[in-house]
Every structure is written in structure tokens, then in C-alpha cells.
Design a protein around this ligand. Structure first.
Ligand code: PHE
Length: 366
């Protein structure tokens, strides 16, 4: 029994002195493990006489309990200390200077698309999308350009070598107008959407790139007329350019999918080497710039998209996003839009924190 008391004293001292969970585990195995001295002592009970055992058993059990309690208490103490040390070392130093400002910027085309969506949302338009890889039917036929239509040749279309499942040609959409068809087929009438996105034509110089951006607009409802189109475009351009003296000229034109058709010009003046929108294009020092096409939706197009042209009328427009971005933000070479030069983006790009809003301004330069 004295031997046991000695071992107990030694173990309790070691437990109290343990500074790591590993050291503590070593003590537990040495005492309570299978070959530990407490376990061995318990095994000796089997060889004792019943009388001896009556005294020895509670004594050994008491030692066992004392050692186990000491282990538990020390373990809790060590874990608490470890947690406190971790909490003390993981503080955030709020006095550190902030990291350098983010380098990325929003491309002017993305910025203008956000501005468009914001302004048109306020006029009750939803944003619609369609595929850039389009079929012949949506890009041409349903827009009143059947296979023999001469207007097809004007589009400088990129065709794919493979045909669609039903044998039609597949192509990169040449304009956003197929989204008119898809949206009417999906939603029927009345409808009020804009569809911004990429379009493709095999064409390239300072003012044309093989990929560029358009925004389509479509309103179909009862009793829609050309006056609604003019008001909508004027209201949009005033909000977009943030000035009241915007003068539009609607010039008679031809598109197979609109009748009548008008091209939309805006008056501007030259200030230095920069074109500034506003004023009358026919005035001294002013001129007109073409921004896109528009017109009343051809009744054949309504029919092909499943809308009854005797009940509904509509107007549609397609504007060049890159053009209106250049005009608003003063770039003069379209090709730079797609070069990905970080210096250009640094200069003309927008902060991701400046989301266009009607209340905060739809295009405030940071
Ligand atoms: N889709 C025409 C183009 O790309 C523009 C347009 C759209 C004209 C809608 C009229 C109506 O040239």
C-alpha cells in the first residue's frame, strides 16, 4: 500500500507539472493505461484472499479516482490556457493602414449597359437576353428576311460550318433583333423589354469591329404609335447624357422588320477634338451623328412571333452601345475598346463601387 501511495504522489506531482496535453497523456497511459501502475494494482486483487481484498479494493479504487480527477482538472486547465493564448494572439490590429486600392475597373461598355438597364427599368422595361450563336430563322427569317432577301447580304454574317438539328444555318447573330422574336414567343404581348449584348459582323476599321454591342428595345401593346417611340428615345437620351438640350432627328429609312422605319440621329457639336452631344445638328458648328435604327414593328414580324397584329402594335429600336459610350465618355477609336490595354482601362474604366443609379447619377466619372 505504501508503494501505491508513493506512486500516486509521484504521478500527481507530474500531472500538476505537465504543461502540454501530450505530457498529460503520457501520465494517463502510465497510470490508467492497460499496463499502467493503477491497472496492474487492480489486477493483483484477483490473487488476494477475500479479507485482504475487502480492504485493498476500495483503497486502490480511491487512488484510481484521485488520479483520474487530477488528470481531468489539469486537462481542462491546459485547454483553457491554450484557448486564451490563441484569442490573445489572433486579435486584428485596426490601426494598420488599409490595403492599396483595388486595381480592377469596370469597362465603359459594361458601365453603359448598367446605365441603360437603370434608365429603362425606370421606364418599365425588363432586361431580356438571347443566344449569340443564333439560327437563321431567328436572326433573319422571322424578322421578315427570307432566304432571298437582299438585306441579308448587307449583314456580313459569320456562318458556322455545321447546320442546326433541323437543317438551318447557324450563325453569330448580326444584331440583337432576334431577341425581339424570342421574347415575344416566350412572353406574348403586351411586352416591354431591352436586350443589350454582343453582335458580330465581318467588318473592321476605325469605326467597325467584328464584334460590337447593341441594345435592342421592344414595346408591344395596344395603340402604340411612332410618337411613343420618339418620346421613349428622347427621354432615354436625356437621362443617359444627363442634359435637357438633346435634339433627335428621325430620318426615314428601311429595315425589313419595321414599317415605317426611321434612323435615329442626335445633334452634337465639336469642342476641341471631342464631340459633345446636345443642340440642333443643323445649327452653326453642329452636326448629326447616327445612333441606330428603329421603327414600328412590321406586322409580318408580329405574326411570325405569334402576336396578333390586328390587336397589337409595337415599336422597336436598336442602338450601338459602343457609339453612345464613345459619345458620352469621349473616346474616339472603337478598336481600343477591345484591346484590353490596362492603361486605357485605368483611364476610361469605372470603379466597381460606382454603380449607376438614378438617384446617384447614371454615369458619374469617379
Ligand atoms: N437591327 C437593326 C440593325 O442592326 C437595327 C434596328 C433594330 C432597326 C430595331 C429597327 C428596329 O441595323
Amino acid at each position: 500500500m505504501t508503494e501505491l501511495t508513493d506512486q500516486k504522489q509521484t504521478t500527481l506531482a507530474a500531472i500538476a507539472a505537465a504543461t502540454t496535453l501530450d505530457a498529460l497523456e503520457e501520465q494517463r497511459v502510465g497510470a490508467l493505461g492497460k499496463k499502467g501502475w493503477v491497472s496492474l494494482a487492480l489486477k493483483t486483487l484477483g490473487q488476494m484472499s477475500p479479507d485482504e481484498r475487502k480492504d485493498a479494493a476500495p483503497a486502490i479504487q480511491a487512488v484510481r479516482a484521485e488520479v483520474a480527477d487530477a488528470l481531468d482538472a489539469r486537462k481542462t486547465a491546459l485547454e483553457t490556457a491554450a484557448l486564451e493564448a490563441q484569442l490573445a494572439s489572433e486579435t486584428i490590429d485596426l490601426t494598420l493602414p488599409p490595403p492599396a486600392a483595388a486595381k480592377g475597373s469596370i469597362h465603359p461598355v459594361s458601365q453603359v449597359m448598367d446605365e441603360l438597364a437603370e434608365i429603362f427599368a425606370d421606364l418599365g422595361f425588363a432586361v431580356a437576353t438571347g443566344p449569340e450563336i443564333e439560327d437563321d430563322w431567328h436572326n433573319f427569317t422571322a424578322l421578315n428576311m427570307d432566304e432571298s432577301h437582299p438585306a441579308r447580304a448587307m449583314h456580313d454574317t459569320f456562318y458556322f460550318p455545321d447546320k442546326s438539328a433541323d437543317g438551318g444555318e447557324m450563325l453569330l447573330r448580326t444584331h440583337t433583333s432576334p431577341v425581339q422574336i424570342r421574347s415575344m414567343k416566350d412572353q406574348g404581348a403586351p411586352i416591354r423589354i431591352i436586350a443589350p449584348g454582343r453582335v458580330y459582323r465581318s467588318d473592321s476599321d476605325a469605326t467597325h469591329t467584328p464584334m460590337f454591342h447593341q441594345v435592342e428595345g421592344l414595346v408591344v401593346d395596344r395603340d402604340i404609335h411612332l410618337g411613343h417611340l420618339k418620346w421613349t428615345l428622347e427621354t432615354f437620351f436625356k437621362a443617359f447624357f444627363e442634359r435637357e438640350d438633346i435634339v433627335l432627328r428621325l430620318r426615314p429609312s428601311y429595315f425589313p422588320f419595321t414599317e415605317p422605319s426611321v434612323e435615329v440621329d442626335v445633334g452634337y457639336s465639336n469642342e476641341g477634338d471631342r464631340r459633345v452631344v446636345g443642340g440642333h445638328g443643323d445649327a452653326e458648328g453642329h452636326d448629326w451623328m447616327e445612333l441606330g435604327g428603329s421603327g414600328m414593328v412590321n406586322r409580318r414580324v408580329l405574326e411570325m412571333a405569334g402576336v396578333d397584329p390586328d390587336e397589337y402594335q409595337g415599336f422597336a429600336f436598336g442602338l450601338g452601345i459602343d457609339r453612345i459610350a464613345m459619345l458620352k465618355y469621349g473616346m474616339n477609336d472603337l478598336r481600343a475598346f477591345f484591346d484590353g490595354d490596362p492603361r486605357w482601362l485605368q483611364h476610361y474604366g469605372f470603379s466597381p463601387f460606382d454603380q449607376p443609379t438614378l438617384s446617384g447619377g447614371v454615369g458619374v466619372r469617379p
